[in-house]
Design a protein. Structure first.
Length: 89
């Protein structure tokens, strides 16, 4: 007895080609922060940059960059207030 064949599910995703490159994984927050910090300082190695280009997405860099810039500005404001307060002005 022959087993009945099923029609392919039209909603099923097509199988990837065997020779298609694997999709790169997204970088974690702990990988993006040092990358953005070293970019702030301008000390990024070429080999590390090539590796991160594949895994870090632009939205990750933008979000972490804005957050780090805000922390930098707030720390400068607090430092200036501390210095002014200790000077007695």
């Amino acid at each position: 007895m022959r087993t009945p064949t099923r029609d392919p599910d039209p909603k099923a995703s097509p199988t990837p080609a065997a020779d298609a490159p694997p999709t790169p994984r997204n970088a974690t927050l702990l990988e993006v922060v040092p990358t953005v910090f070293s970019s702030f300082l301008g000390i990024r190695k070429g080999k590390a940059m090539q590796r991160d280009v594949v895994s870090i997405r632009p939205h990750q860099v933008i979000i972490v960059g804005i957050a780090m810039a805000a922390v930098f500005v707030l720390s400068l404001i607090l430092l200036v207030r501390l210095i002014i307060r200790s000077a007695g002005v």
